[in-house]
Structures are given as structure tokens and as C-alpha cells.
Design a protein around this ligand. Sequence first.
Ligand code: ZN
Length: 238
Amino acid sequence: MEMVLFVLIGLIIGSFLTAAGLRIPDGQSIVYPPSRCPACSRRLRPWNLVPVLSYLLQRGRCSGCGERISILYPSGELAFAILAAASFYIFGWSWELAAALLFSAMLVMISVSDLRFMLIPDRILLAFGIPLALLRLTAAPLDPWWDAAAGSAGGFALLFAAAAASRGGLGGGDVKLYAIVGLMLGFSGMLMSLAASSILGLSAGLAGVLIRKWGRETEIPFGPFIAAGALLVYFAGA
Ligand SMILES: [Zn+2]
């Protein structure tokens, strides 16, 4: 019963997170204007805003002008619903559940933002990084307690070096994001997630080259791969 509730509330919150993740990098307010079709500006009605379902019923198109709706909306909604349910399943009612939900929410937001704008906004990192740091320092510490600080500093330093070496492949957002990933996973978890993210990113890059004929110049946002690798290690290690 509680699991079903987590999925349903996860879908609704996921819908908000996705919309905010697509508005914040654009400098838009997250509450105003109300949701509208970016193509024809038609105000969305409540029945257009049911997570995932509206997208499926409208076959992925605006019911006003027929313009395609970004697949990022139902994907973000579904992703957060699954992560919220998994968090509750694994951690139950605990402080780590709060950390898991915040971490998942942040990663969904930065993934949609990075996929759309090739940008991981500082505002999102700060909004989630501060409460996560407080949780790791107080109610939901790692064992030993200093592992969060070691992971955070190590993640930042490693990605900083990688960004400097890649000359533009990795951005400053990825570096700052890894400070938070290290905070959540600790030092060894951070290293494992880095390996997982790199394998996922390289596989996707290779698939892109083979299937979609991506060239050397194709820019790939690394945020979603960092998110997937971090969540994999976080949930598998729990
Ligand atoms: Zn429209």
C-alpha cells in the first residue's frame, strides 16, 4: 500500500521536478507562467497534466497544435516515481530515505536539464547539496563519518583533473555535481560510480557513433551518465 503511494506521489513530484529542471536553466520561474505548450502557448488543462498518462493518451503530442511533447517529461516523471519507490523499499522510514529522495530528485532534475541545455545549474546543485551535506553531517552519516567528506573532496578533485584534461568534454557542473555524489557515496563508492558512469557513457557514445552516425564533434551531456552510475552504486551498495 505504501509502495503504491510512493509511486503515485513520485509521479506527481517527478512531474514538478522535470518541469523545473527544464525551466531553471532557461532563467524562467518555476511557478509562473503556468504550464503551457511551448509551441502554441496553449494553457495546459488539469487533464493534460496527469503524469505519463496524458503523454500516452495524447500520443506524445500537444492536443492544441499537434507539436511533439518532449519525451523528457514522461521519462523524468517515471524515473522519479521508480526511484522514490526503490528508496522507500530499500531504506524504509529513516533519515537515509530523506537523503535518497533528495539525491534522486536532484539527479532527475540535472539529467533533464543537461539533456536539454547541456547545463547543470548551480542553483539546483546548491538547493540539494546543502540539505544533503547537513544530513550526512548529522542524521544520516556514513560509516566512518568522515567518509562523506573524503568522497566529496576526492570526487571534486578527480573530476576537476578530468575536466582539465578533457578540455571541454566535462564541464564545471559535472565537477561540482561529483562533490555531491562523493558526499552521498563515500570515497570507494564514488570511485565505483565513476567507473560505472564512464562505462555507461562510453557505451552510449559508441552506440551513437554506430547507430546515429555521431561524429567526433557531437557533444554528449555527461550528467545523465553520472546520475545513472551514482544511483546504481548507491542502491546496489545499500
Ligand atoms: Zn501546442
